[in-house]
Design a protein around this ligand. Structure first.
Ligand code: ATP
Length: 241
């Protein structure tokens, strides 16, 4: 399978504090890759590095069909325009705007305005609750609905790569199950590649094809999700059985 993205010797820093230490990881086109790890392992920082909103060294290449591009040193806006959509932790929706206006904003870099209405319709098909609430202020949505909106807004970019930061965070199990089911659908039916950061290792390993385990800013383990799921140390430390 072709590599959509590859990080080599990637390090990240907040001021003088180093948080990622020379990590290597790759994302295959059309697949879901997950980064697991405990609190503070550097999962969120890895997504921030990919979007270049934290100081990084090393190499990150994206090959979204038009040749290989080096992301390190690029402006965040340029990376978004290459088709990398970020669903940050805490969702990051515009709370004062309606559901529909949030979705329109997700498409701000696109020139094909006619297709935007069609894609909004697609989001409403994926998440019917958003259609019912299309004129409601985003800030008044439930946590689960805000997560659905955040994912939909990212989809409005027509992303080549969707970055998801803890989509399960703070949500009831039934809502989480619904959101993960739709994430799988977005991957299998729409072919969107994903990098999923999760503390809930069991959920993430059931969805993803490939997994990396981060421990204090280094890759402790990686492999097919099925293999990581059966790793004895992962089972004990992250899956609880
Ligand atoms: P969590 O699940 O708790 O968010 P994480 O694996 O996503 O954990 P990060 O948020 O990437 O971890 O944090 C990695 C390390 O970087 C932690 O030690 C954290 O304290 C530190 N860190 C995160 N953000 C900043 C910041 N803005 N300034 C300084 N240090 C930070």
């Amino acid at each position: 399978m072709a590599k959509l993205f590859e990080a080599k010797k990637l390090s990240a820093f907040y001021g003088a504090t180093q948080v990622l230490f020379d990590i290597d990881f790759a994302i295959e086109a059309g697949k879901i890759t997950t980064i697991l790890g405990a609190n503070g392992a550097g999962k969120t920082t890895t997504l921030r590095a990919l979007c270049q909103i934290v100081r990084t060294t090393g190499s990150m290449t994206l090959n979204a069909g038009e040749g290989e591009v080096q992301l390190v040193g690029k402006a965040t806006d340029a990376i978004v325009r290459m088709g990398v959509a970020h669903v940050p932790d805490g969702r990051g929706t515009f709370t004062a705007l309606s559901v529909e206006d949030n979705l329109k904003l997700g498409a701000y870099v696109r020139g094909d305005k006619d297709a935007v209405a069609k894609d909004m319709e697609h989001c409403f098909k994926l998440f019917p609750r958003l259609r019912e609430r299309r004129n409601q202020q985003a800030g008044t949505l439930s946590g689960g609905e805000q997560q659905m909106l955040a994912i939909s807004r990212a989809l409005m970019l027509k992303p080549k790569l969707l970055l998801l930061d803890e989509p399960s965070f703070g949500l009831a199990p039934l809502i989480v199950a619904e959101i993960f089911r739709i994430m799988r659908q977005i991957n299998t039916e729409d072919g969107v590649s994903m990098l999923l950061v999760e503390q809930n290792a069991s959920l993430a390993l059931n969805l993803a094809h490939h997994a990396y385990l981060l421990e204090t800013g280094t890759v402790a383990l990686s492999g097919p999700a099925e293999q990581i799921k059966n790793d004895e140390s992962v089972r004990r430390a992250y899956l609880g059985y």
